[in-house]
Design a protein around this ligand. Structure first.
Ligand code: EPZ
Length: 418
């Protein structure tokens, strides 16, 4: 087991070139299946979830050549249409391979995906969207068997703007006859990045970033070079960490327009934030103010992925903040660790009231999922004394060399193997 040992209380100062986005890279890697020929994905973060996506592509028969943040993928020789359970269970995003494999091979087989334990994470919207496009989908226990002799473009209505469902529908629509409109589509920046990639390989996609996305199907694709966008959640996490510790951080390749809900909250907390295109600088106040009510919503609302690190910041604010988690049923896995460190948090279902205390104290805590781990690291950086955060394999799914990034800002973080 590997853990981070963090000695808190050091101010953070410096500059970070934020990593490529995990939640963008994963659907882009699935989308490379739409191309017969070479695609080069640049700025691809080195994360365990990305390793898993590349293993899936290799299993399917694609050639994968990785060199640092650049991955060359050639899916010309794809020969399989199934994904083994061991790969499906490693991450939730394996499910976006469903639309891509179906588009490419006309059939797909896989088990239910794994991923962070955030309450029930069904895939009924995905299945309904693919069925609307003409796929036959049967389930045998945990196994899904999908066939699509002919996918047909149509209007696909989503009951909720689900990110993964929108991605799956876009991918499957690319192989459909005619055009498809996805109504009530997710508007997240990651959807816009996927649309950018699909346009770059020759598939016309319009409307990404709005609630109606149109995809033109049946168009011949071609290879491309495409750079993954900056990770808005990693960017936001490092802003929260700096706000907790005091100090100043510059994000040199940020997309401030992607994190406006967060920067709005950080300003309410007293942080000074300077934004320019591609740049964001945060200077922490001497005392953090409570942010009031933070209610998670689909983009452009407060991102559910930012809720845990922002809650960690509120633990030492001068007053009470209230969080309402609307996206996932059980996304408060960080509360147990924050309470161990001395946080005063009341939690009832979707609601959490955080009454700021003057200090948190380091102790052993466990990362129960990716962003819960990010919250514990954030809290530990500002706490008195030593905190050990175990199960950092969760963090390594989404944050590239987090310990080195934080040490580069002056934090005291050591990786310890047991
Ligand atoms: C994506 O998950 C992200 N993951 C999540 O990030 C993020 O929290 C989430 O979007 C919301 O922004 C990736 O992009 C890989 P959804 P996804 O489908 O696509 C329900 C992280 O920490 N739902 O928008 O799985 C679902 O249960 C991760 O990086 C159904 O009921 O999210 C949830 O309550 C965690 N049936 C809500 O919709 C379905 O078929 C939103 O899920 C699909 C979803």
């Amino acid at each position: 087991m590997t853990e981070f040992v963090i000695n808190g209380g050091r101010k953070l100062r410096g500059s970070i070139a934020v990593q490529g986005s995990k939640n963008s890279a994963l659907p882009l890697l699935a989308a490379t299946l739409l191309v017969c020929g070479e695609v080069v994905i640049e700025n691809c973060p080195e994360l365990s979830d990305v390793d898993c996506a590349l293993e899936i592509l290799t299993y399917l028969g694609c050639t994968v050549d990785r060199c640092g943040h650049s991955v060359a993928i050639d899916c010309t020789s794809m020969h399989a249409h199934d994904i083994p359970e061991r790969l499906m269970k490693r991450m939730r995003s394996s499910v976006v391979f469903l639309g891509a494999i179906l588009a490419r091979a006309g059939r797909a087989e896989m088990t239910m995906p794994g991923g962070c334990m955030l309450g029930p994470r069904p895939i009924d919207y995905h299945i309904d969207a693919l069925r609307a496009l003409g796929a036959d989908i049967d389930s045998e226990g945990d196994r899904l068997i999908c066939r699509a002799c002919r996918l047909c473009g149509c209007d696909v209505f989503l009951p909720f703007p689900s990110v993964g469902t929108t991605e799956n529908a876009m991918l499957a629509a690319s192989a459909s006859r005619g055009s498809t409109r996805i109504m009530n589509a997710a508007r997240e920046p990651e959807i816009q990045d996927l649309a950018g990639f699909m346009n770059a390989i020759g598939i016309p996609v319009r409307g990404a970033g709005t609630s109606v996305i149109e995809v033109e199907g049946g168009i011949r694709t071609h290879g491309t070079h495409y750079a993954v966008m900056t990770d808005r959640i990693a960017a936001g996490t490092y802003l929260c960490a700096t706000a907790v510790c005091g100090g100043t951080v510059e994000l040199t390749n940020a997309r401030p327009e992607h994190i406006e809900a967060l920067t709005g909250a950080l300003r309410r907390a007293g942080c000074e934030i300077l934004e320019k295109p591609g740049y964001c600088k945060l200077t922490a106040p001497s005392h953090i103010a409570p942010v009031g009510i933070v209610e998670t919503r689909p983009y452009p609302g407060h991102a559910t992925d930012m809720q845990p690190p922002l809650m960690a910041l509120m633990c030492t604010a001068a007053g009470t903040s209230v969080f309402i988690e609307n996206i996932f049923e059980s996304r408060y896995n960080h509360i147990v660790g924050l309470r161990r460190m001395g946080a005063d948090i009341q939690n009832e279902g979707r609601f959490a009231a955080i009454h700021g205390v003057s200090k948190l104290t380091g102790c052993p805590v466990t990362a129960l999922d990716l962003r819960a781990g990010a919250a514990l690291v954030t809290a530990a950086l500002g706490a008195y004394g030593e905190t050990s955060v175990s199960h950092i394999e969760h963090l390594e799914r989404g944050y590239e060399r987090m310990d080195e990034v934080l040490c580069g800002l002056g934090a005291d973080v050591i990786r310890r193997e047991h």
